[in-house]
Design a protein around this ligand. Structure first.
Ligand code: HDE
Length: 704
């Protein structure tokens, strides 16, 4: 993270004469008694009293003369900038991308051709609909925006964790976002799509059906940013030295595999820890387990595009990995926490139009529209055209041009010439190294027609649905029932079921029954071409692709006084060894006194550490402890929820009465008795399966 402003631009500048960091002018002020720095005003004037305003007598009125007070309050009054109109709640980290396989045959972009070269990055994850202060586990798409500080300028890949989008044309974006956000009269509900306006718009917008399948799936409830895929969504171009173009779709694949939480869990996590995702990323980096992703590409040419069933310019479609495999060409690690949230995560400005020589755009109408929107929005958010001078946005390569002035200009041309061409010297364009768009031949009428090739809205929606494991299909149905049950208007619910009939009849019937619809509606008019029966693709499922490892996950260990110390030690040691983490939860925050007289410190008091915060739990309790817990509602919820959410549960024999108390029958393979270190090893190995989904299915059957 470069701290200095305006350095390394290579531009002739007189900036070096000025100190670029606060306090750089030297420590002229007398050091305070504790040896720290002297508090100063923004003008660098040392402050004598920061506790009391200047006034007439100790009980008299304040004086306007108090410049320190006025400056301090003035600055505070202006601390806020407009939050992002979408993706307001986000969290970022620094990282490094390393290229492992060169794409020199298809692109000149150095970031994709120099094997072994490390490119600094900044990544910001986000939810879309909620405001900046909303909770992390909204059912929502997640933004996955990456800025690569390449040697040829900044390349921004502003992606999502879902590879398709709701709409096909950027002109519908304001409508989509207005419908998803709180209604303008009442300003609720916050950070959710479970309301009439959203489903009204969606049910009138058949092109959104593929995206709806993804957004109602577990993808919209990620366990953490570390467990999400990222997608560039659009088809982009790579351009090689001969000017030849190859189409490309970009993919980020998490090394830890994909993982999501259940809706019931999500709602509880939002209450227990609204910062669940940001804390997870922060802690992972802090503890030295920085998350990594592979960068992959799907490359294809015009011939493929011609024969593909769908239009490669349509952002509501994917290209299945079975048709074009994802070629991994490098990886990135997010290993640097920000020093200051505002300076970096809030002020980072991603723009889809930030590409480097060798990377170009396709005519995807959504991408074309985005290329206008992102630059425009930064002006509003960051207050002027010089947001590229803010360190997080500044390229890490030389910048030379004659753009000047404006609010907060940190980098101005020096010398006499500020125009080009000139006879004084200065930067010149480079026909060889400069950015050249792909010389595509285009001709046609000016028109506002949607291409017919964008017309099939159901085939890939169905393909996604049938690619899911049964439990994932069930979650999609449950999510639709939940969301549509929040719609007051029956016609909206009905209209959605009419669309679902074009996707999967069983799904439509399950949703209709969940909503209590008396009769099925007619299927929605399907448009043309009518639905194709596409084969399932395992790459679209989360459950079918679990890694089987507990690495990177979190175990909650509930301990009480008198709990076996040897078992606690076995659990904590083995969890650490497998690069997972644990948290001790206890009835009191001071911790518990174990059976050998040692104290184990707690990270959470039981009501602050419900089991929804953990991937698996261990109940390491004594008989006495279990008796006390059996009277504590939060402790019983801990056990009950862990079971209901399909989690693996390790326990001492003394914990057995707790299961009885919450009505859990014995005989569940994922409830594992822990007696010694060997049991612990088996338990942790089993935890790699993450969930016992059959419990949820059984629960539902029992309920019927
Ligand atoms: Fe965005 N989007 N978007 N979007 N988007 C913004 O830019 C927009 C779309 C995405 O962490 C805004 O700086 C339009 C698709 C992410 O700072 C704004 C359209 C995808 C982020 C904007 C789309 C995205 C944004 C708001 C339809 C996935 C957060 C603040 C044509 C490929 C970036 C800002 C960050 C943010 C416009 C659709 C991803 C208003 C007009 C598709 C990850 O410019």
């Amino acid at each position: 993270m470069p701290k200095a402003i305006g350095k390394d631009t290579g531009a002739p500048s007189n900036a070096a004469e000025f100190p670029t960091e606060i306090g750089q002018a030297g420590e002229l002020h007398q050091t305070p008694p504790d040896g720290g720095q002297v508090l100063t005003t923004q003008q660098g004037v040392p402050v004598a009293d920061d506790q009391n305003t200047l006034r007439v007598g100790p009980r008299g009125p304040a004086l306007l003369e108090d410049f320190h007070f006025r400056e301090k309050i003035f600055h505070f009054d202006h601390e806020r900038i407009p939050e992002r109109v979408v993706h307001a709640r986000g969290y970022g980290a620094h990282g490094v991308f390393t290229l492992k396989e060169s794409l020199a045959d298809v692109t000149t972009a150095r970031v994709l051709t120099e094997v072994g070269e490390e490119t600094p990055m900044f990544v910001r994850f986000s939810t879309v609909a909620g405001n900046k202060g909303s909770f992390d586990l909204a059912r929502d798409v997640r933004g996955f925006a990456a800025k690569f500080y390449t040697k040829e300028g900044n390349w921004d890949l502003v992606g999502n964790n879902i590879p398709v989008f709701f709409i096909q044309d950027a002109i519908k974006f304001p409508d989509l976002v207005h419908a998803a956000k709180p209604a303008p009269d009442r300003e609720f509900p916050q950070a959710q799509t479970a309301h009439d306006n959203f489903w009204d718009f969606i049910s009138l917008t058949p092109e959104s059906m593929h995206m709806i399948m993804w957004v109602m799936s577990d993808r919209a409830l990620p366990r953490g940013f570390r467990f999400m895929e990222g997608f560039g969504v659009h088809t982009f171009r790579l351009i090689n030295a001969e000017g030849r173009s190859t189409f490309v779709k970009f993919h980020f694949k998490p090394r830890l595999g994909l993982q999501s939480v259940m809706w019931n869990e999500a709602m509880k996590i939002n209450g227990a820890d609204p910062d669940y995702h940001r804390r997870d990323l922060w802690d992972a980096i802090d503890l030295g387990n920085p998350p990594e992703w592979d960068l992959g590409v799907q490359l294809f040419d015009d011939a493929f595009a011609e024969q593909f069933e769908f239009d490669v310019l349509d952002p509501t479609k994917i290209i299945p990995e079975e048709q074009i495999p994802v070629r991994v060409i490098g990886s990135f690690v997010l290993n640097g926490r920000v020093d200051n949230f505002f300076a970096e995560t809030e002020q980072v400005a991603f723009c889809t139009q930030n590409v480097v020589p060798g990377i170009g755009f396709s005519n995807d109408p959504l991408l074309q529209g985005r290329n206008f929107s992102y630059l425009d929005t930064q002006l509003k958010r960051l207050g002027g055209p010089n947001f590229t001078h803010i360190p997080i946005n500044a390229p890490r390569c030389p910048v030379h041009n004659f753009q000047q002035d404006g609010h907060m200009a940190m980098r101005n041309p020096s010398g006499r010439a500020n125009y080009e061409p000139n006879t004084w010297g200065g930067p010149r364009e480079s026909p060889t190294a400069g950015y050249k768009p792909f010389a595509e031949q285009v001709a046609g009428d000016k028109t506002q027609r949607r291409p017919e090739s964008f017309g099939d809205h159901y085939s890939q929606a169905r393909q996604f649905f049938i690619s899911q494991a049964p439990i994932e299909q069930k979650h999609i149905g449950d999510a639709l029932v939940f969301e549509l049950s929040k719609c007051e208007r029956a016609d909206i619910r009905q209209r959605m079921v009419a669309h679902l009939l074009n996707i999967d009849e069983a799904l439509a019937k399950a949703v209709a029954s969940g909503l209590g619809l008396k009769a099925l509606p007619q299927p929605a008019p399907a448009g043309r071409p009518t639905r194709l029966d596409l084969p399932p693709s395992d790459a679209l499922s989360i459950v079918k692709r679990i890694t089987g490892s507990f690495e990177g996950r979190k175990l909650g260990i509930l301990v009480t006084d008198g709990a076996p110390a040897a078992l606690v030690a076995a659990l904590t040691d083995q969890v650490k060894a497998m690069k997972a983490v644990y948290e001790i939860v206890a009835p009191r925050i001071a911790g518990a006194e174990l059976d050998d007289g040692t104290m184990v410190e707690a990270k959470q008091k039981i009501d602050g550490g419900p089991s929804v915060l953990y991937d698996a739990v261990a109940l390491v309790v004594s008989e006495m402890g279990a008796k006390t817990l059996a009277k504590d509602k939060t402790a019983l919820d801990f056990v009950n929820d862990a079971f209901a959410h399909g989690k693996f549960i390790g326990h001492t024999a003394a914990a057995t009465p707790l299961f009885k108390k919450v009505g859990i029958e014995q005989g569940d393979e994922a409830v594992i008795l822990l007696d010694d270190a060997e049991d612990v090893a088996e338990f942790l190995e089993a935890c790699g399966q993450l969930r016992r989904w059959d419990r949820e299915i059984k629960n539902d059957l029992d309920a019927k």
